[in-house]
Design a protein around this ligand. Structure first.
Ligand SMILES: CC(C)(COP(=O)(O)OP(=O)(O)OC[C@H]1O[C@@H](n2cnc3c(N)ncnc32)[C@H](O)[C@@H]1OP(=O)(O)O)[C@@H](O)C(=O)NCCC(=O)NCCS
Length: 153
């Protein structure tokens, strides 16, 4: 399956339906979307996936959102989007790429570590404090944020 990755250009709408699969509250997404670089994965002009990058500091970029359309999952598209984010960080002269996920996001924790991220810390109660509704995945309450980091140097 041919997948191309490109940056969203000014004026184009981001695929909110996909972004909401990774981050359940639109108000949380809107807080970072306006200051981000958005990558789209496309198959024959269909949006298959999205990745959102935000500058966290002068040395670090953060993946704020990553989602692949259900029909396209398991085909390596998230890995391709993460590989593109790594190139963006390297060419931009950043030292680190970071990502945060829920303690209950077991598949995502596997994916990120397969792509080279290492665990770097926990923000206790992050999801309790920042989201209105309780989140459950894999039968586990999502309470804490696991921070992962990759060195780009
Ligand atoms: C998470 C998500 C982006 C993955 O997208 P995808 O395109 O299906 O992922 P890929 O096919 O690129 O890669 C998945 C990799 O993770 C691995 N993986 C997934 N779950 C795993 C598990 N439980 N144990 C071990 N490996 C696992 C796969 O085996 C694969 O690695 P491989 O190529 O070495 O086999 C997609 O499922 C999604 O959009 N989910 C909903 C939104 C979401 O949760 N986003 C992340 C927010 S933190």
């Amino acid at each position: 399956m041919e997948i191309t990755i490109r940056k969203l250009i000014g004026g184009e709408a981001a695929p909110m339906h996909l972004l909401l699969e990774a981050d359940p509250e639109e108000k949380a997404i809107q807080k970072y979307l306006h200051k981000s670089i958005v990558f789209l994965a496309e198959h024959q002009e269909q949006t298959a996936g999205v990745l959102v990058l935000v500058k966290r500091s002068s040395t670090s970029l953060e993946v704020m959102n990553l989602a692949v359309d259900e029909a396209f999952r398991g085909k390596g598209i998230a890995k391709k989007l993460l590989a593109r984010a790594i190139i963006e960080g390297e060419t931009g002269g950043y030292d680190f790429l970071e990502i945060g996920t829920g303690n209950s996001s077991l598949d995502q924790l596997a994916l990120y570590q397969k792509c080279g991220f290492r665990m770097d810390g926990i923000i206790s109660n992050y999801f309790l404090d920042h989201y209105d509704k309780p989140i459950y995945e894999n039968g586990i309450p999502c309470l804490d944020m696991v921070r992962l980091k990759m060195s780009l140097t």
